[in-house]
Design a protein around this ligand. Structure first.
Ligand code: 5AD
Length: 371
């Protein structure tokens, strides 16, 4: 650290590994450096995005997830277009410039066409206040991604869950629908479709090693992602992976590792957007604020209507109390020393830089961005 020529972006796998395993005192200067990047280079801003969980039906059967297809204990819901548009309009009215629509993976024209129409409706009903829209609806064809992009979506979140294929296979059913290679391809497709691409992983999975986490960091860097959302794996009793709960690190260790991953990713990729995710908060009520102090710069308050929010339960202890329009959320952001930014699109500088550099000849339409 005293060597002036040292660049955090050049951290080697060996160093990343040592830092993940280091004691708190050794790690502290790195967390401070990540914080300093957010405070100085990124202007000390925390982008706020309203998150709507549109439906909890899913074609996938991921072994860790509470809304997996085989979980018959879940009361399935799907918000209507009217309910979604109303929530978006209210959120935009409250000053938000950015929203996230997330839901279980659905396939077929009925779903793809519906999302397309919904995006156009959001744009027309919000007029000159139309928000930036992030989608998180799983793996779709390149053609579908392109349609959603043309209909007004800007960003897409698709977690790789784990970059190591064998670990991925151990937490998913062994079939075509849950292929690691297909998921990686979907990330490339999103990039081809000119999305700002976000991915992420779960931390503290049974069977996951420190080297896996290093590989996850390297994967995100090699994919040149624009955004990341990652957090601790949290057990859910009604899922097959619960049988391996005995192998898990204690929850506070999973949290500690998750925060370190955020710091190290910030050091490797100084200009991307990194979310302080809800799963962190499920372990410690204040963990999202801690994440904002250690390198994260995005918060996604859950604005799903209260009537269905509890049914979107990916893991246990999901926090349900928060509301986008209450002061408590911004209190956590300001306590971290950051300024909550509601208006504006909150585009990552990484994405703007890669457009400016013409990294992969994105279409001109993608340039019509306000920051
Ligand atoms: N614990 C933590 N995160 C989970 N997710 C799904 N199930 C769990 C769980 N049990 C995450 C996955 C998915 C995202 C929407 O939620 O990473 O991509």
């Amino acid at each position: 650290m005293t060597d002036n020529s040292f660049k955090y972006t050049d951290l080697t796998d060996k160093q990343l590994r040592e830092l993940l395993l280091s004691d708190d005192e050794t790690f502290a200067p790195y967390a401070d450096a990540a914080r300093e990047i957010v405070m100085s280079s990124l202007g000390g801003m925390c982008y706020m995005r309203g998150l709507i969980e549109t439906h909890n039906g899913c074609v996938k059967d991921c072994l860790y997830c509470g809304i997996r297809r085989s979980n018959s204990a879940v009361a399935r819901y799907s918000l209507s277009d009217d309910e979604i548009v109303e929530t978006v309009v209210n959120t935009v009215g409250a000053g938000y410039g950015s929203i996230v629509l997330q839901g279980g993976e659905q396939r077929g024209e009925a779903f793809v066409g519906r999302v397309e129409r919904l995006l156009r409706r959001i744009a027309s009903e919000c007029g000159n206040k139309a928000p930036a829209v992030t989608l998180s609806f799983g793996e779709q064809s390149l053609e579908s991604y392109r349609r959603w992009r043309s209909a007004g979506a800007h960003r897409y979140l698709l977690r790789i869950e784990s970059s190591r294929e064998s670990l991925y296979r151990s937490i998913h059913p062994d079939n075509e629908l849950h292929s690691h290679a297909r998921r990686v391809e979907a990330l490339y497709d999103l990039r081809k479709a000119d999305f700002q691409v976000g991915t992420g992983v779960m931390i503290g999975l049974p069977g996951q090693t420190t080297d896996d986490l290093v590989a996850d960091l390297r994967f995100m860097r090699d994919m040149d992602i624009d955004m990341c959302g990652m957090g601790p794996y949290l057990e859910h009793k009604e899922t097959p992976l619960y049988a391996r709960a005995g192998e898990l690190l204690p929850a506070n260790e999973r949290l500690r590792l998750s925060l370190r991953m955020i710091t190290l990713l910030r050091l490797l990729m100084p200009t991307i957007n990194i979310a302080a995710t809800t799963a962190l908060q499920a372990i410690d009520p204040d963990a999202r604020t801690t994440a904002l102090r250690m390198g994260a710069n995005v918060m996604m308050p859950n604005i799903t209507p209260m009537s269905v929010k509890a049914e979107y339960k990916l893991y246990e202890n999901k926090p349900l109390g928060e509301n986008s329009l209450t002061a408590s959320l911004t209190e956590g952001v300001t306590r971290a020393g950051l300024t909550p930014v509601f208006g504006g699109k909150g585009t990552s500088r990484h994405y703007l830089d890669r457009l400016a550099l013409g990294a992969d000849t994105p279409s001109l339409s993608a340039m019509n961005f306000e920051v």
